[in-house]
Design a protein. Structure first.
Length: 254
């Protein structure tokens, strides 16, 4: 009997989890080995890469932006890499979005609400990017898929939340998986905090480091209000019913 575990130890990364083993609304369970979420796999050591390959990973979905790739030249990989920026826009548009984000953060009564509102801003501005990321997972060839950005908590957290929803996982369980990233990334966040030169900067970094489960619950609730359902948002983003079915099949196998 094969014993599966959701938490994966790939040397060099801190935040690696299989999306398998989640209960679904029809009494089933998501498949292990199909989709893994991670922080930047460019941090993997040789041992880490070997662990990923031994786990069956054959496709990498990289959600980082072009500017991040310039700072991090691609390593030689024995897997197929699909670069699908989750948030990519020209400088003027990014400045406007950043101003909107800062205003939303300042207006929010607490961190969970602020995170929810910031995510909703990004999702509305980058609908097509969200669709491209989900389509890339659905279209990946046979074998395991790893989805990553830098920390594996925001962009990766949102995309994998949608994948789990399509597979029939309940929002509370999706939110609990998302919330784990804060704990997993704590060593890296501690290094961030140590670099803060002012109390205001330290507070900003602490706010960014949080991954409140309530934020994902709030995002899904607001998307349902605006679009009738989470699927309604994904269709508005450009995904067809076939795309949604194939994304579901990636984690369900049917």
């Amino acid at each position: 009997m094969t014993v599966h575990q959701r938490e994966l130890a790939w040397d060099g990364c801190l935040n690696v989890r299989d999306l398998g083993g989640h209960s679904t609304d029809d009494g089933g369970e998501t498949r292990y080995g199909a989709v893994v979420r991670a922080d930047s796999i460019r941090q993997l050591s040789d041992l880490g890469w070997q662990a990923a390959l031994d786990y069956g990973i054959r496709t990498v979905i990289d959600l980082r932006g072009d500017h991040e790739l310039q700072d991090d030249p691609p390593a030689r990989l024995d897997v197929s890499v699909v670069h699908v920026p989750f948030m990519e826009a020209d400088e003027e548009e990014l400045e406007a979005i950043q101003a909107e984000v800062e205003a939303a953060s300042e207006a929010a009564p607490d961190i969970a609400s602020g995170t929810r509102d910031v995510y909703l801003i990004f999702l509305e501005h980058f609908k097509e990017n969200v669709a491209a990321g989900i389509r890339a997972v659905a279209d990946a060839p046979e074998g395991g898929v790893v989805v990553h950005c830098v920390g594996g908590k925001d962009r990766t957290g949102l995309l994998t939340a949608f994948l789990l929803h399509l597979a029939g996982v309940g929002v509370e369980e999706i939110a609990a998986d998302y919330a784990l990233s804060e704990e997993r990334l704590a060593p890296r966040h501690a290094e961030w905090f140590a670099t803060a030169e002012t109390e205001a900067e330290l507070e900003r970094l602490r706010r960014i480091a949080h991954t409140p489960a309530e934020s994902i619950v709030g995002v899904f609730g607001e998307l349902e209000r605006r679009y009738g359902s989470v699927e309604g948002f994904l269709r508005a983003a450009g995904l067809s019913d076939r795309d949604l079915a194939r994304a579901r099949a990636r984690l369900r196998g049917n």
